[in-house]
Design a binder for this molecule. Sequence first.
Ligand code: N01
Length: 546
Amino acid sequence: MQVDALIVGAGFSGMYQLLRLRDHLGMKALALEAADGVGGTWYWNRYPGARCDSESHSYQYFFDEDLVREWQWSERYPGQAEILRYLNHVADRYALRPDIRLKTRVTAARYDEPANRWLVETDTGERYSAQFLIAAVGGLSAANVPDIPGLPSFSGRWYHTGEWPHEGVDFTGKRVGLIGTGSTGIQCAPVIAQSAAHLTVFQRTANYSIPARNAPLDDAFRQYVREHVDEIRKVMHASTNGHPFLFADRSATATPPDERDAIYRAAWEKGGLRFRAAFKDLLVDQAANDTAAGFIKARIREVVKDPARAAILSDIDHPFAAKRPPIDTEYFETFNRDNVSLVDLRAAPIVEVVPEGIRTADALYPLDIIVFATGFDAMTGAFLKIAIEGRDGLTLQQAWRAGPRNCLGLQVPGFPNLFTITGPGSPSVLCNLPVAIEQHVDWVTDCIAWMRERGATRVEPAEEAVEQWLATVQAAADATLLPSVPHSWYLGANVPGKPRIFMPYAGGMARYRAICDDVAAQGYPGFVFDAPMRATPRETGSALEA
Ligand code: N01
C-alpha cells in the first residue's frame, strides 16, 4: 500500500501526527500500531497504581481548546484507565481510527534511495511504501527485564509492569516480590501490599519520592481550567519541564535555613513534581541540592517507624531529581505494614531465581509472583527494535552503535525523511510529554509543509549540524547534576552493553522550543533538502548552538 506518510505507533504522538498530516496538510497518512487499541504507554502500562505524575490538566493535548474544555479529568493526577479513555475519545472525536491499523507491528523499514521512499514491513505480512516515515514509538516502551539467572525455572508467575496483562493480576493470598524502586515500583508497591499476603520489595538503589497528594478535582478547579486554557498553555511553554508551574526565582543556598525549611515543608504539603521547583538551583548546584536531599531523607526517617528500614530507604546515593524524581501515594508508609518487607540488594545482591523464589547472596525469599518494575531500554530501545535501514545500507543499529546521533532529536543523518518524535537529543523524558510531543509533531508538520511549498521531496540533517547538536546536548547536561549519577537510565546505564551517553536534551523545554523555532524561521539551517533552498553555513552555526 502506498501512502504519503507512515506513522509508527498510535499513542499520544502517533495520533496527533496522523491528525496534523491528514487534516492540516491533506496528506494520505496511516498509523501502524502493534497493540489492539490506541494509547501507547497507557495501553500497555496497566500495573496496579499506574498513574501519571503530571497533573491532569497539563497531561493532555492543547492543540484544540475545545477539546481541553470538554474533557473532565476526575483527579489531580490521571490514572491509567482514565488516560486511556481520553486517548480513545481523541481517536473518535477526530475520526482517526479509519487511518490506524491495529495489531500491526512494524518490523523493518528500508529507505529506497532512487524512489525516495520508505519500504515498510510488518508482522502481519503487509508491505507499505511511504515518502515520510515518522517513528512515534515512545521513549519508554521497550521493557527491560533483567537477565537474572534461573528466571525460566521460576514455578510462579512473573510480570513486567510495562507489559501488564489486561485481565489484571490477583495478588490475594500471594507472596509477591517486587524488583525496582523507580517511579513505577514506587507507584505499585502500596497497591500490591493492600491485597497480597506478603510483599517483599527488592531495593537496589534507594530513591527519593515526594507525596503526590492526589485528590479528586472539584468543579471550581475544572472551571478555572476551562477559563484559562491559554494562560495554562503559556506557563507550560515557558517552563523548564513543560509543567503548568515555573521554578521559583530564588536560590536554596542563599535562603536562610529556617525560611528554606518552611518553603520545603509547604512544597511537601502541596506535593508532586512542584517540589522540585521550590528553588531554581537544585539541579545545578550540589550544595543547593543537598538541602533538598537532606529534607526528604529526614521525612523518610520520620514516616518509616522501623529505624533499620528507614536507614535503608533513606541511604540515597545520588542528588535529588538527578534521576527521575518519583511521586507517590503512601510509598514510605507501606513499609510500616506487617505484610511488607524490604531487601537491601546493595548489602546482598540477587544471585538467581529458583523455582521457589529469589535467592540473594544471604537468603532465599519464597515467592508466588515476581513483579519487575525494572524500567525500559529507554529513549533508543523502541527505535532500535525495528530493523531500520537508511541510505547505502546503513542500519540504525550501526549509526547509533556509539550512542544516538541526530539533529535536534528529530532526524538522523543517512536516514532521509525519517523523523523521530521525542527521540534522544530532545527534552523528551525530562518534559511533561504531551508538551514535548505537540512541539515535535508541529515542527515535523511545518517542515513537511515548507518542503511541499518549495517542491522539496527529501530532507536529512547535515553531519556538521549533527556534531554541533550533540555538543549542545552534552553541554546542556554538563551544566546540571544530571550526568553525575552513574546508574541512571538517562545515560543508558540500566541496559548491559548500552553506550553511556546522556541522551535527553537537558537545557529545558522552553529553550529547546526556541532553538527549533529559530531553525524553522531561518529556513532549516543544518538540514539538507533536494531543492535549492539550503541555508548558509553561517546560519547553520547560529541556530543549533546552546
Ligand atoms: O523504571 P526505572 P520505572 N536488579 O528505570 C531497578 C516513567 N514513568 O519503570 O536504580 C535489581 O526508573 C532499578 O535499580 P537501579 C518515568 O519517566 C512515568 O520505574 O538501576 N533492581 C530501579 O530501581 C520513569 O522514570 C510515569 O539500581 C533492578 C528500577 O528497577 C520511567 O517511566 C509513571 C534491576 C527501575 O527504575 C521509568 O520508571 C511511572 C536488577 N537487575 C513511570 N534492574 C508517569 O507519571 C533494574 N532495577 C507518566
